[in-house]
Design a binder for this molecule. Structure first.
Ligand SMILES: [Zn+2]
Length: 248
């Protein structure tokens, strides 16, 4: 059992390292497969020992082997987060359709959170195919109607909000919530919106008070929606407890 989890963690780390590639290349419009990984500073091609998740970062002391430029600590962080959620997904869902669906959504969420953090952008090349993939999973589950309804209500409610308050959110957020709705159903999609907004205010308000940012600063809403989605996906009980509290 111990070795099984070790393999699972290793697999999660390797997938995390691939998610790093997606986070870097998708917003730059670069190909996902070619060219092979290279240092963004000196362009030196990276070998297996430079790319080995987390450990290479530690043994290279966070610097490029060739030009000594510091490597962002975000790379091992993304790898670790991916590994943790891969294990969590196995524990929560096991080898089931729900598990496969949760895993695909989780990986997409991680990529979206970091791209939005860097570029204030949730790319269509992620959300649109994910809406289709989500619907296919829902059909496989025999829950097609719930998936469609979730997508329409999730995307629709945020579309209505952007209509009245255009500066608040972008169309990327609308498509994101449609995607979340397809995967999670409309009840949890609403939770994603409310918890995301709540977490957003919780982080943004102190930053405004400390005058680190002002009202004009654009801040990404995506990472908060991602955290809300992960809670809705892995800790469903919390969602229904909160709904129970308000008698919904
Ligand atoms: Zn380099």
């Amino acid at each position: 059992m111990f070795s099984f989890y070790l393999v699972l963690i290793l697999l999660g780390l390797i997938i995390g390292s691939f998610l790093n590639v997606l986070i870097y290349r998708i917003p730059r419009g670069e190909s996902i497969v070619l060219p092979p990984s290279h240092c963004p500073n000196c362009n030196h091609r990276l070998g297996v020992f430079d790319l080995f998740p987390v450990l290479s970062y530690i043994w290279l002391r966070g610097r490029c082997r060739y030009c000594k430029t510091p490597i962002s600590w975000r790379y091992p962080l993304v790898e670790l987060i991916t590994a943790v959620f891969t294990v969590l997904c196995w524990i929560r869902f096991g080898l089931t359709v729900d598990g496969a669906m949760a895993l695909v959504l989780t990986y997409a969420l991680i990529v979206i959170a970091f791209i939005d953090l860097d570029h204030r952008l949730i790319p269509n090349v992620l959300t649109l195919p994910m809406i289709v993939i989500g619907l296919l999973f829902r059909i496989w589950q025999g829950e097609m109607i719930a998936g469609i309804l979730g997508g329409l209500i999730g995307g629709g409610i945020l579309l209505a909000i952007t209509f009245f308050y255009p500066k608040g959110m972008g169309m990327g957020d609308v498509k994101f919530l449609a995607m979340a709705g397809v995967f999670l159903g409309w009840e949890r999609a609403l939770f994603v919106l409310f918890s995301g907004s709540f977490l957003g205010v919780l982080v943004i308000a102190p930053l405004m008070l400390l005058r680190k940012i002002d009202r004009k600063t654009a801040f990404p809403f995506g990472p908060f929606l991602v955290v809300g989605s992960l809670i809705a996906l892995y800790w469903e009980e919390i969602v229904f407890k909160i709904y129970g509290l308000y008698g919904l």
